[in-house]
Design a protein around this ligand. Sequence first.
Ligand code: PMP
Length: 425
Amino acid sequence: MPPGESLAALPLHPDAARRGPPPRAGEEFAPLDALADFPAIPAGWAYLDTAATAQKPQPVIDAITRGYARDYATVHRGVYQRSADMTLAYEAARRRVAGFIGAQEDEIVFVRGATEGINLVAQCWAGTQLRAGDRILLSALEHHSNIVPWQMVAEANGLAIDVVPLTDDHRIDLDAMAAMLTPAHKLVALAHVSNVLGSVLDVAGAAALAHGVGAKLLVDGCQAVPRMTVDVAALGCDFYVFSGHKLYGPTGIGVLWGRADLLSAMPPYQGGGAMIDRVTFERTTYAPPPARFEAGTPHIVGVLGLHAAIDYVEGVGLERIHAHETALVQATRDALSAINSVTLFGPEDSAGIVSFAVKGVHPHDIGTILDESRVAIRAGHHCAQPLMVLLGVPATARASFGVYNSLDDVAALARGIERVTRIFG
Ligand code: PMP
C-alpha cells in the first residue's frame, strides 16, 4: 500500500452515487437495480433466503480480497507499517459501525455474530448482575439464540424466564408485556424484526416499558439492521446485537453494542491476548471495553468486509431498501393470498419476510419443488421452535427479500406455488 494511503478510506461502490434519493411516499415502485452487484446470483435464480444469509455485493468481496491479497497483517501488535495501517483500518471499521447505528465507538464490541453477542451479555451481564429470583422476559417469537443463552444463565443462577405472547396478527404484544412486567424483571430481550414473521417491534415503546420497572432491554437486531435505519440512541435500548452476514457482509463477524456504563461494569467474556492491561501470575488486570471483550486475534478481514457492507447498504440507502422490500412483501402477500390453499403468517406490514403454509404440503416439499423452478426459499422451524408450536405448525415456508430481489422473483415464487398446488392436487 502506498505510504499515507489508509485502508480506512474504503471507497464507496462506484454505483452508489447514481442511485439517487429514496422514493417519496406515493411514488411508483422503482426496483433498486442492485442485482448486477451480486456475482453469486446467476440470471433467473430467485434467491429468497436473505433472512438466513444475504448474498455478497462485489465491493464486499473486493474488500475481503484486498484484505487478504494486498493489505494483510495483524492488528494492535505490529511495530511495522503494514500492521499499523491494518490497525487503523480495523478501528476505522469500529467507528463506521458506531456511526451506522448511532453509537459511540468504544461501545462497539466485535463478536462472531448475534449469537455470540447475546451469549456474551447473558454470561457477563446477567450472569454477574442478577440474583436468584430475578426474572428475564422474552417473547414467543424469539430465535433460539435469544432463548437458549438466557435459559443457560437462568439455570446456573436461579433466574426465572417469562414469555410475552403475540397479538392476533403476530406482533409482540406490548400491552401484555406491560401487564406482565414486575420489579423482579431485570432484563427484557426481544427481536427487533422476527426472522419468521417479519413483525417489527416498537423498540422505543418496549424500552420505556422495560425501564419503567428498572429492567434493561436487549434487542436482537439481526433482521432489522439490513432492512431499516437503526439508531440505538433514539431506540433507547441498552444492548443491541446483529450479524454481519445478514447485512451483506462476511460470516464470522457481528456486533454487540452496549451502553458504556453497562460494558464497563461487566467482566471479560474470554481470557487471552489483547484483552488485558497487565498480566502477572499473581494478578491480571483487564483492558477497558471494547478490547476487554475481544480476546485473541480478531476476525480482521471480516471487520473490513463489514465496513464495506455498511458502505454498500448506506450507498443504496436504507430507506430505499426498506421501501423496496415492503413493496416486495406486499406483492408476495397479494399473490399468495390469491391461491386458495395458502395460509399467510405474520402482520400485513412485515419487514422483508413472509412465512406461509400450503394446505396438505410439508414446507420441505414446497422448498424442494420451488428449487426445481430455481426459486430458493427456506423451509423449517427457522430456529424458532416455540413459535412453530404457537402457530400450530411443524414448520413454515419462508420467502425473505434483499436489495437484489425484484417483482420477477415474486412472480416466480407465485408460479412455483401454483405448481406445488397442482402437483399435490
Ligand atoms: N436472531 C435472529 C432474529 C436471526 O434471524 C438469527 C439468524 N437466523 C440470529 C439471531 C442468529 O444469528 P447468527 O446465527 O448469525 O449468530
